[in-house]
Ligand binder design. Structure first.
Ligand SMILES: Cc1cc2nc3c(=O)[nH]c(=O)nc-3n(C[C@H](O)[C@H](O)[C@H](O)COP(=O)(O)O)c2cc1C
Length: 200
């Protein structure tokens, strides 16, 4: 039985393209693994706090020395990390927001990038601790970044791949619905991306 972690990040609800693309990816995975269990982590409905000094100090203080406030913060962060650890398959929706990811996804990375949990350092440098997992990225954007003159601004997908790669996840498939603001492309882009989903 497969555990799927479905990470949602668009602050938009009904009109969100990444929610539609990500949902279609999860549905396709469920066609392949009908008894898969899906855990949804909606970062817009339940936002992760913006990282501040209290959080950082918590993450760098051994658990046995935590204050009660730090213990709560640590519990929340390790809860998010447990969902990653338990997942066999991760689907992350990552729409382009101002050349980056929505702030909720950025905050999620701040709370899940933790030494001893998702990575560690050894004599060879950093080593990811989340192994044998498959990652699907559902990317949507107004412009086109996979090809053409704006390819140099393809800053979202490589970033998301880098973070998960740092966590030890290198088996990645990307589905893109791009050009969602470009007349002549926007009308069919999402539909085409959904039609093109194949699960290996
Ligand atoms: C606040 C905001 C910022 C955006 N920034 C960019 C951008 O930098 N580049 C781009 O190509 N599209 C940008 N877009 C377009 C979105 O990437 C596109 O609408 C995408 O489908 C958004 O995902 P969502 O529909 O799931 O919210 C932006 C949209 C919004 C609402």
């Amino acid at each position: 039985m497969k555990n799927i972690l479905h990470i949602i990040s668009s602050p938009r609800m009904e009109v969100s393209a990444s929610r539609k693309l990500g949902k279609a990816v999860v549905e396709k995975i469920k066609e392949k693994y009908p008894d898969a269990v899906v855990k949804e982590r909606d970062l817009a409905k339940n936002s992760v706090p913006i990282l501040d000094e209290v959080h950082i100090n918590t993450f760098f203080t051994p658990a046995e020395s935590h204050s009660s406030e730090q213990a709560e913060i640590n519990k929340y962060s390790t809860g998010l990390i447990s969902e990653l650890q338990e997942a066999d398959i991760i689907v992350v929706e990552s729409p382009m927001y101002n050349f980056s990811v929505p702030v909720g996804l950025r905050a999620y990375f701040d709370f899940t990038s933790r030494a001893g949990y998702t990575f560690k350092y050894d004599e060879n440098g950093p080593k990811g601790l989340l192994n044998n997992k498959k990652l699907y990225i559902a990317f949507t954007s107004g412009n086109i970044y996979s090809d053409g003159p704006h390819q140099i601004y393809d800053s979202n997908v490589p970033y998301v791949k880098n973070v998960f790669g740092f966590y030890g996840i290198s088996d990645v498939t990307v589905f893109r619905a791009e050009g969602l603001s470009i007349p002549g492309i926007m009308e069919n882009s999402l539909e085409k991306a959904i039609e093109g989903i194949t699960i290996d």
